[in-house]
Design a protein around this ligand. Sequence first.
Ligand SMILES: *Cc1c(COP(=O)(O)O)cnc(C)c1O
Length: 424
Amino acid sequence: MLKDVNYRSDRTFALDMDQNDHLKSFRDLFFIPKNNNGSDSIYFCGNSLGLQPKNCKTEIDQVLNAWSKRGVESWFESDASWINSHSTLKESMKKLVGCMNSEIAIANSLSVNLHLLLLSFYRPNQTRYKIIIEANAFPSDQYIVKSQAHFHQYDVNDTIITISPKKGKINIEYDDIATCLQNHGHQTSIILLGGVNYVNGQVLNLKKITQLGHQYGCMVGFDLAHAVGNIPLNLHDDEVDFAAWCNYKYLNAGPGSVGAFYIHHKHHSSNLPRLEGWWGNSLDSRFLMKDKFDPSYGAEAWVMSTPSQLNYAALRASLEIFDMTTIEDLRQKSILLTGYLEYLIENLSNTDIELITPKDRNQRGCQLSLKIKNGKEVFEGLINSGVICDWREPDIIRISPAPLYNTFEEVYNLVLILSDLVSK
Ligand SMILES: *Cc1c(COP(=O)(O)O)cnc(C)c1O
């Protein structure tokens, strides 16, 4: 259970919180980017690119060493062989997304995986062909669903249905989705939403939305780019049909790292059509080089190509760190850390800052999004003061304290800098 904390706005409070933080040593497992003068920057951009684990180089070196010393034999030669690396990674990954081993695969990258999943799950016909997404979905997701509609020769304008918040509201509420389904549900094939919205950080209730979608006979999938490693997930129990995510945001597996996807158990033997390649063939017979495809059980059947072991090594470095704790533990700290950021910002006087992330901690993860008048100037001021966060046009600054490596003192220092910039 989360102990509620009475926040205070003095520095001692932040120092005490850090002192008592049982996860504080995790910060030492990461390289913290430096300012020009050699001091640590304040890095609040784990929602965009997570920091490099110090063991990343070691893991990659191991692959390079094996390759240099034993060449192709490294694929099969020991328990740590490359052929086993996929199943080892899945053991760690499944705890973060809450599913069975057979329900995940680690391959390709996010946008590619969403397309491949839609090729299986989006089977439009004259009565059911619509795809529902959020109006402010990540651009790639919008391009993906529109091009899928086009690919299947459907009129994009009639096919892609977007959900917007009510007038004057920032977040999507459950009844906005319910209303959309009342209007379009019976014609909808797929509901594809971001588990955590990338603009305002809103967390959706995957379970309730999936249940609702199923009532209308839709397939329900989620883009978990901003959710994985940020909030606990229970994809299997929530009966989510499919999901995909990248591993370079809260999962720290490096720029453009290998992605992952999930397909619910109930679809494994339902003969969904898919594109196939030899790496989706069952390992038992993969190297017998037969003409006929003999699928791996579960999501692995969707894997096509030989995975990059260098890429896997970087992901392993990241997941080794998550294995030392639990996502629930990280979430407890995250709630306190982000709550503290909110508290300090709300205590600033005379500012034009509007927080557009839900106040309810169950409806947000690490990230707070700030809408600020003259936001660009404030953002540049932050960057010049050694705060790394990010900017979304036209007026939004996203700040994401990550419980693995950020501290309460950093939050305190950030708001000190921010208060100077906004009171000018
Ligand atoms: C980061 C992000 C992506 C990025 O997709 P890639 O294929 O990895 O480039 C896609 N969707 C969402 C919601 C994201 O936040």
